[in-house]
Design a binder for this molecule. Structure first.
Ligand code: GDP
Length: 301
């Protein structure tokens, strides 16, 4: 719990650094147009996006009127409540065990924190007693394979990897091996960049199809890892990968000290895909479950 409080504090601080400190909006003496204008600017600066910002402003004004609030601090509480309400549908727990193995396909553009998140997720699942097998389906980048092997090593789990192999074939082999060896979970790491975006989506779709051949109801989860620091760009990625692959969940990384945490509100408003985990640091244990109320409070500092 102290660790959790620490990164929640860092999240609030990150917003303050860039001048998008939402908390400051509520330090004045009265509720007026100026307050709402400042609030709008602060929300936009935190990458909340135009639609979610408008939604939140409408909600807040409506509730201020209906409750007869007169002090800015009351507006802050109302905003916190509205934000938590907006974010609530994103809360979801990753459940494994219904299938053996549960197959989790993981996508994300290079640099988003995909490999690190897979390492963290592997530790999280192994700590819960699950046996995990990793599939290095990013056969395009040697470094990606090597890094995944390091995470497999640290977590002492098996990995299926093949230099220069076909990503779909590696995925098929890994899922088949997972079934044969009675693993609880197979995590498939996919490429984050190919020569063209079109190729990437085509390759990911092929991996998904082939995994389905290895195990009829798989993949059970298709996760997208996004960098929380990239704000509206992350939202664009969610939309693109969801339409190509059909996402079941998100992992939002680098929320330790970002100035753009509002992007989660934009995702909730425009493409509400559950956030299974958030990344709050570079270490293996820096993975947290997403809680709407806590996050809203941290964002408002
Ligand atoms: P990939 O290309 O998507 O596989 O990205 P990596 O997993 O290699 O991560 C890219 C960089 O982001 C590395 O330096 C990671 O240590 C860092 N990183 C990943 N997740 C987090 C996070 O939650 N917080 C912070 N601060 N850094 C992270």
């Amino acid at each position: 719990a102290p660790e959790r409080q620490r990164w929640l504090d860092r999240l609030s601080q990150g917003l303050r650094k860039t001048g998008s400190n939402i908390a400051e909006v509520f330090t004045g003496g009265q509720i007026d147009d100026n307050l709402y204008e400042e609030l709008e600017t602060a929300l936009l600066l935190a990458d909340t996006g135009v639609k979610a910002t408008q939604h939140l402003l409408d909600e807040v004004k409506r509730k201020v009127a209906s409750t007869g609030a007169t002090r800015p601090v009351q507006v802050k509480n109302i905003l916190s409540e509205s934000l938590a309400q907006l974010l609530k549908p994103l809360e979801k727990t990753l459940v494994i065990g219904a299938q053996q193995p549960t197959v989790i396909m993981v996508a994300g553009v290079n640099g988003a924190g995909k490999t690190t998140s897979i390492g963290k997720l592997t530790k999280h699942l192994a700590d819960e007693g699950a046996s995990v097998l990793l599939a290095a389906a990013d056969t395009f980048r040697a470094a990606a394979r090597e890094q995944l092997a390091v995470w497999a090593d640290r977590n002492t789990v098996e990995i299926v990897s093949q230099e220069g192999g076909d990503p779909a074939a590696v995925s098929f082999d890994a899922v088949s091996a997972g079934r044969a060896r009675g693993k609880d979970v197979v995590i498939v790491d996919t490429a984050g960049r190919l020569p063209t975006q079109l190729h990437l989506m085509e390759e990911l779709r092929k991996i998904k199809r082939v995994v389905q051949k290895a195990q009829a109801d798989a993949p059970h989860e298709v996760l997208l890892v996004i960098d929380g620091n990239t704000g509206q760009n992350a939202l664009a990625q969610v939309k693109a990968f969801d339409s190509a692959l059909g996402l079941t969940g998100l992992v939002v990384t680098k929320l330790d000290g970002t100035a753009k945490g509002g992007v989660l509100a934009a995702i909730a408003q425009e493409q509400p895909i559950p956030v299974y985990f958030i990344g709050v640091g570079e270490k293996l244990e820096d993975l947290e479950t997403f809680n709407a109320r806590e996050f809203a409070q941290a964002l408002l500092g």
